[in-house]
Design a protein around this ligand. Sequence first.
Ligand code: GDP
Ligand code: MN
Length: 377
Amino acid sequence: MVKLAEWQGKKVFRSYGIPVPRGEVARSPAEAERLAREGKVPLPCVVKAQVLSGGRGKGGAVRFPNTPDEVREATADILGLEFKGEKVREVLLEEKLPIVRELYVSMTLDRSQRLPVLISSAQGGMEIESVPDGSIDRQVVDPFPGLTGYEKRSVSKQFGLTPLQARSVGGVLDALWKIFVQEDAELVEVNPLAIVGDGVVALDAKVIIEDDAAFRHPEFAEVRDDRTELEEIAREKEIAFVQLDGNIGVIANGAGLTMATLDVLKEFGGAPGVFLDLGGTDDPKKVSEAFLLMARAEPAAVFLNIFGGITRCDTVAKGLVEAMGQVPTSERFPLVARIRGNNEAEGIQILRAAGVTAISDLREAAQAAVEAARRRP
Ligand code: GDP
Ligand code: MN
């Protein structure tokens, strides 16, 4: 999921003609203070944590300082926050606008109807999940004509706008549709869309680009997300690799089997630390690449759970043994394998010859992995 930071989303908004407040990004209290002193950001202003979770307003991650000193203090406070588990590394400083009313609009995909949907609510400013369903309007959009005057008029009516404001909102909705299509977005959300005088201004921006289209948008490559360094390397190599809090590495094939493996380990008191889904591959090169990446996460033990449907157990085993040979002896960890299916006997033989504990019963194997991890510091 390519989730843009607010300031990046606003850059996209601006380029599509959606009005956004004047603003600057700062990465230190001194930088923020300087921006205020030099008038790059007019006072009083708004300081907002640039994190990927919402609810910043309520969570103390949006502040309204009046002087350059207050800007520095607010920025220092916000940069010191860990907001919903995410360290705040940058803030957005913006002019503070006199808001008349806060509205909500977004364009996303309605999966059950298989159509884009325009969602709107006159109760903007709070998270849409907490707005009563009766105050939310959903209009599916036929992708061929795209957004038409009909949907836009319906929104203006719902919002109770003056003709000038309705024109301003209409422009925003047209832009939302264009962004949704042209930027391959899965969500474009403005909350709040604020009425300021005769027009509207997007005070917040949430833009999520469809993962499968990310390759078409190298301009968003700088986007920060919550991937760890190893996860980032894995992504480049197209390996499904996720780091968790525990100490047991899991290698399995297929999302379902991988999740089941995590569950079984937990059931026996183990804590999965990294999991890696080989998917349908048995290419020994890919398997050893994945394994070496796993080794870099320094697991206390690794549990390999492979079902050979199309995948051949023996080629997976070969790749693993080869990769193990490349891990320095001092960094080796116990490996417990449970492999079933296609060429199972050959696979088990290869693994046992290399000193791997191979057990075909899932629960027994999981227990062995948990114990192996427990014996290590
Ligand atoms: P979120 O809570 O993470 O979604 O953060 P938002 O960007 O939506 O900001 C939260 C709230 O701060 C908004 O609903 C507004 O009430 C307020 N806010 C943000 N920008 C401005 C501004 O320029 N002027 C004023 N008066 N309030 C603002
Ligand atoms: Mn918001």
